[in-house]
Design a protein around this ligand. Structure first.
Ligand SMILES: *Cc1c(COP(=O)(O)O)cnc(C)c1O
Length: 389
């Protein structure tokens, strides 16, 4: 008997420990974890440097109120600002809190410059920005919002890739466009660099803000610190979460000085957001993941993975439709439902996770070893060989 609410369809598999890219089940099996808690365990399990940081901070101080200065938070914010487009950072505890806070910042900015009616957020239909009441209506997915009415107003939607629809959906009350540079839950769909560039131009022309949701694709996942960096655009607001804590819940909103000015005392807050324990761990993750040499290795190893996956696709053109994504945010798209394929991978001790459009998401830890990639390739090959769709 489980006393947990049944809002998840959980697999009958539990783990007692993890080490690097591997998870060990309670029944004694060893799994290659290419799910990484959905792009969260960026440095794998039981990373010694993270354990050390956590233990040493745990002995000093865990939590104090944001009513006081928190040096550990100042330190992490400084690191993020030095590394990115941002001038200021606001800490949260999760991805959905970060996207909601991003929306608040955009609205408050226009309010602060005397344009309170400019408050609508334009998003991609069937995107994913989290599960709070506002975030599900931002995502514009029927499945996620069903039964949770009344509808939260203030969000408009356009279809992914439909530039005409995008232009038509902007009106005089649009405050911001919010998109994921690479749609995670939506099926690892990449917005091409030239599209991001055009999106920035469009926002400039219409005097609206650009929010790039990097909760899943950010913090080194693609081989760049942020997925949008390749396009060279400068966003106004970027919510992040998942990978930054390496498994510890942390969210953050990065923003420019222009919009940060609107966030005066009392406009937003969080009891837990930015506490010393979280900040020390986040700081340690950034020290490692933010290094150029680390990111270059992510690029090199993930390029190899992509190339080998494309070879498998060419060998099984009737099963695999597409290999998508960038870096270690990989989507293996099947022609038909992927449920059985994922089950077969799991039987062969490789953990992956589904996404929309028959996609199997492959999200290894960023410090995965080449021989572990080879092990995964072998399993994927084996499953393809025996696969009947
Ligand atoms: C996971 C995710 C969120 C929500 O993050 P939570 O920590 O689950 O609240 C928001 N946006 C994107 C793009 C995500 O992938």
């Amino acid at each position: 008997m489980s006393y947990l609410v049944k809002n998840y369809n959980r697999k009958k598999l539990s783990f007692k420990k993890g080490k690097g890219s591997y998870l060990y089940s309670t029944k004694g099996s060893k799994y290659l974890d290419f799910c990484s808690g959905i792009a969260v365990n960026s440095l794998g399990h039981s990373n010694p440097t993270l354990i050390k940081a956590l233990n040493s901070q745990a002995k000093k101080i865990w939590h104090v109120s944001n009513a006081f200065n928190i040096p550990e938070g100042e330190e992490l914010a400084k690191k993020l600002v030095k590394k990115t487009f941002a001038d200021f950072v606001m800490f949260q505890n999760s991805g959905t809190e970060a996207t909601e806070a991003a929306i608040k910042v955009a609205r408050r900015y226009f309010y602060s410059i005397g344009k309170p009616k400019k408050n609508r957020i334009l998003c991609v239909k069937n995107s994913f920005h989290g599960r709070t009441i506002a975030a599900i209506y931002a995502s514009g997915s029927k499945k996620m919002t069903e039964g949770f009415g009344p509808k939260v107003d203030g969000f408009d939607h356009f279809s992914f890739g439909d530039h005409l629809d995008l232009k038509k959906s902007i009106n005089k009350n649009t405050a911001a466009i919010m998109v994921e540079p690479i749609m995670g839950e939506g099926g690892i769909k990449v917005i091409p660099d030239w599209c991001l560039k055009d999106l920035r131009k469009l926002c400039n022309k219409k005097k609206i803000l650009l929010i790039l949701d990097e909760v899943q694709c950010g913090v080194g996942r693609t081989g760049d610190f942020f997925a949008f960096e390749k396009s060279k655009v400068k966003p106004d607001i970027v919510p992040i979460a998942k990978g930054i804590g390496g498994g510890f819940p942390i969210g953050a909103v990065l923003m420019t000085k222009k919009v940060a000015k609107a966030m005066i005392p009392g406009t937003h807050g969080s009891t837990f957001g930015g506490n010393p324990l979280a900040m020390k761990i986040g700081s340690t993750v950034i020290d490692i993941v933010g290094k150029k040499s680390f990111l270059n290795k992510v690029k090199k190893n993930s390029n190899y993975f992509h190339k080998e996956l494309i070879k498998i696709k060419e060998n099984y053109p009737k099963i695999i439709k597409d290999i998508r994504g960038r870096g270690f945010l990989i989507g293996l798209q099947l022609y038909k439902d992927q449920t059985n394929f994922i089950k077969n991978l799991m039987k062969n001790k490789l953990l992956t996770i589904r996404a929309a459009e028959n996609v199997i998401r492959i999200l290894p830890p960023l410090n995965v070893k080449k021989n572990e990639i080879n092990e995964a390739l072998k399993i994927i090959n084996k499953v393809c060989k025996k696969y009947k769709q």
